[in-house]
Design a protein around this ligand. Structure first.
Ligand code: GDP
Length: 299
């Protein structure tokens, strides 16, 4: 199997490789080097605010002599970047009752693919799974989920195109509870007539589920396309405002050099990163582990 390192190779070129060639052979940490470092981090999609924070801390530690030379800067940066992630980031699934995962995100982010990968992985762990085809705005999304469910022996609750999403998920939830299903994965629309419409609709879905069970949804997960770059941050904040996110998953990290974006996403949103998608295959999903991710990018 291909290693995480290989899958992240494009981002690795931008971060680890560039950084080692910047620091290799240099001794002193001076303003020149800091400027080059700043440019490098921004180019690697670490984002202006997060880069700023890292440069400041580098400068502070360099002037206090806790950071002595350019060589130790490499490890220092790895440690600083690691601090941006919430350490306890894993989704804690208790199955005393049906655990509801509401999946949100714009069209094409990889929601449906992620739901498929997750369903399969939960099933492999011996858990029972149900899917709710909540993206009633796109016929293809309903079809895709239904076919996928049939193929993998996973029940899918779906209604017709244009049906009320909240009612689809509500029905799925009741059915899942009645059948003692461990985990319900609910898909949602990624685009409506307007962005405002979408946010209102998602907020409504959340209200309807929560009314049924104060704990549900147990996870409200935003799916982000890892190749989208910095403009995704504001969009993610919009989603957070509408539905109060509890976690983020980031897809398509295999095809992009923008993996550095995870640092600013973690920093700016202050939410745990749950899973990362590293390919189109059903098994190309990983539980996000900050240290492993950083090592794959740097070592
Ligand atoms: P949705 O509109 O959010 O439901 O997005 P889809 O799940 O339909 O995914 C959109 C496209 O991205 C599809 O062609 C997927 O195969 C592809 N995709 C999803 N996740 C990944 C990933 O981790 N890596 C790669 N390379 N492609 C992915």
């Amino acid at each position: 199997p291909t290693s995480l390192k290989q899958r992240l190779d494009k981002s690795r070129q931008k971060l680890g490789y560039s950084l080692s060639s910047l620091l290799l052979g240099k001794k002193e940490i001076n303003e020149n080097l800091l400027e080059e470092l700043e440019t490098l981090l921004i180019t690697a999609d670490v984002g202006i605010n997060t880069t700023d924070k890292i440069i400041k801390s580098t400068r502070k530690n360099a002037s206090r002599k806790t950071l002595k030379n350019a060589e130790s800067l490499y490890q220092f940066l790895k440690d600083e970047l690691a601090k941006l992630f919430i350490e306890n980031n894993q989704l804690n699934i208790s199955i005393n009752e049906t655990f509801v995962i509401l999946v949100v995100g714009v069209n094409g982010a990889g929601k449906t693919t992620l739901i498929g990968k997750l369903a399969k992985s939960f099933q492999n762990q011996g858990k029972s799974v149900m899917l709710a085809a909540g993206d009633t705005f796109r016929a293809a999304a309903i079809e895709q989920l239904k076919i996928w469910g049939q193929r993998n022996n996973i029940p899918v609750v779906a209604k017709t195109l244009g049906a009320d999403t909240a009612s689809v998920i509500f029905d799925a939830y009741q059915s899942a509870q009645a059948k003692n299903i461990d985990i319900l994965l609910a898909d949602t629309a990624g685009r409506l007539h307007t962005q405002d419409n979408l946010m209102q609709e998602l907020a409504k879905i959340k209200r309807v589920i929560t009314k049924q069970n104060i704990n549900a949804p147990h996870e409200t997960m935003l799916v982000i396309d890892g190749g989208s770059g910095q403009n995704i941050i504001n969009q993610a904040k919009e989603f957070n405002k509408a539905v109060n996110l509890s976690g983020i998953s980031i897809t398509k990290l295999d095809g992009t050099a923008k993996g550095g974006g995870l640092f600013s996403i973690a920093d700016e949103l202050n939410l745990p990163i749950r899973y990362i998608g590293i390919g189109e295959g059903i098994d190309d999903l990983k539980i996000f582990q900050p240290k492993e991710f950083i090592n794959a990018l740097f070592d």
